[in-house]
Design a protein around this ligand. Structure first.
Ligand code: HEC
Length: 110
């Protein structure tokens, strides 16, 4: 009975407000960098590239909106569009995949 009530409360809370913010462009944190096994500066570089180059032709597509597999598939093409180098592509991709994970992990804490 107790478990059942807890379950109901959980469902109720979720119906009201949670769900990942799929428009978020998360700030780089040490935890995010640790999770990817890279330096925070590499992720920050990726985020800066994203902010500077990815809304020239269309609105920025937020990190959480695209699955990591699809990011890997589409980014080589998009980074050519944005005239990025291979190392810029790498940092951008690392940021977008890290940010994707961050948005969904945050949600799990609710
Ligand atoms: C020169 C113009 C241009 C630039 C710069 C550009 N894009 Fe695009 N993007 C497009 C076009 C055109 C499409 C439509 C489909 C295609 O070409 O694949 C697109 C599609 C996309 C899609 C697919 C959306 C979907 O729902 O399938 C994503 C994701 C994306 N771009 C991300 C980015 C990112 C990240 C950057 C920054 C590196 C970027 N784009 C820079 C032109 C651009």
């Amino acid at each position: 009975m107790r478990q059942c009530l807890l379950g109901l409360m959980f469902l109720h809370l979720c119906a009201i407000g949670c769900g990942p913010d799929r428009e978020a462009i998360p700030q780089v944190t040490d935890q995010m960098a640790f999770g990817m096994g890279v330096a925070p500066s590499q992720l920050q570089h990726g985020r800066d590239l994203y902010m500077a180059h990815c809304n020239e032709c269309h609105a920025r597509v937020a990190p959480a909106k695209i699955d990591p597999e699809y990011w890997r598939e589409i980014l080589p093409h998009m980074s050519k569009n944005a005239k990025l180098s291979q190392s810029q592509l790498r940092d951008l991709q690392t940021y977008l995949i890290a940010a994707h994970g961050t948005v969904y992990q945050l949600d799990q804490q609710h």
